[in-house]
Design a protein around this ligand. Sequence first.
Ligand code: ATP
Length: 417
Amino acid sequence: MASICVPSISSISNHRFSATDSMTTVAILSNLSKTQTPFSLRKFTRSFSFISLPITRKPFRNSFQVRSVAAPAEAVAGFDEMTATTQRKYYMLGGKGGVGKTSCAASLAVKFANHGHPTIVVSTDPAHSLSDSFAQDLTGGTLVPVEGLDSPLFALEINPEKAREEFRTANQRNGGTGVQDFMDSMGLGMLVEQLGELKLGELLDTPPPGLDEAMAISKASTCQVMQFVEAPEYSMFTRIIFDTAPTGHTLRLLSLPDFLDASIGKILKLKKKLSSATSAIKSVFGQEEKQQDASDKLEQLRERMVKVRELFRDTDSTEFVIVTIPTVMAISESSRLHASLKKENVPVKRLIVNQVLPPSTSDCKFCAMKRKDQMRALDMIRNDPELMGLRSIQAPLVDVEIRGVPALKFMGDMVWK
Ligand SMILES: Nc1ncnc2c1ncn2[C@@H]1O[C@H](COP(=O)(O)OP(=O)(O)OP(=O)(O)O)[C@@H](O)[C@H]1O
């Protein structure tokens, strides 16, 4: 009998129960029938071509199971609890590039929607892949309904170009072409040089590579998140999922509100100190209104950033899920990511180890070597002081790309239990 080394979506979708099925296969299939309406289950099976590749079932026994690596992880809620309340929850998924962040985020969004939660999945990664993952056009920087589900699921790819453009235009609208004019309009022109220490000038005019983008996204995300929180048209959504950019970018994004808050706070303080001394001169030159306007806007931005920062550190409403793969490099990066998130007080409970090779019973030497290598990496997680306390969830490497709603549903049922 031919055997394959990895779980096959196509085979599983065409599968009939039998007494010889491994527990895992039965679990997958019974999960599918439990969570899908007969209609969507039909759609699921229809969406894959039926190739009759027999799968070697026995070795799969443990490969889909959720494994906890340390005692505190036992207390981490399973999917039933994640879905239990209608109180709004935010999930951020992050990790090294290419490990499966988008697939995990999109699969969680599909699963929440299928469990009756009106859901939004937001990509803050400048190199968006939500559209590719859902196999639908979700571009444009606005909320787009995801097709193929019976419940409301919307996607949003934050457009960094648009956000950056808006940021620059707003900056120019504040009275000129750059930071000097902006600061002049605040009555702080002469302080621009002294503000070098804050790096605000650089930040606004000639940001180092990547920082303007991070800032634009941070601003767009901040505004977007606040829109989710405040605007009545979003109040129906009970689950908001962020597919974040690879590690470095995400960390900068998380720490930017703090940095900007401190910078804006310092500017406002300076402005206050100077305002009484300069108000007479300002009123003569008729700049009072413009200054007040700029000052109010800065204050508003600061308040929003404080709110967003608090929201992302609120253990009741928010969770950051780290996604990794069983390689030394990815795990080392996940460990550093967790350390940084802890420092930022961002709640982390779960670690998804994606693309784990199930044991092979064929004589594929490459598969056996690869699996051995992955087992060493999994050991590393068990012994890593940063990662050992997280609930570790293993997701197998499957034999086709995870693309489209049915495949995401399949993945969601493997990962989110
Ligand atoms: N368990 C899996 N089995 C097989 N293929 C997978 C699995 N998880 C993800 N993939 C595939 O791996 C590729 C990368 O996945 P994905 O885009 O989700 O990663 P990412 O971490 O979001 O990447 P990026 O950092 O580039 O945004 C995709 O082609 C996806 O279909």
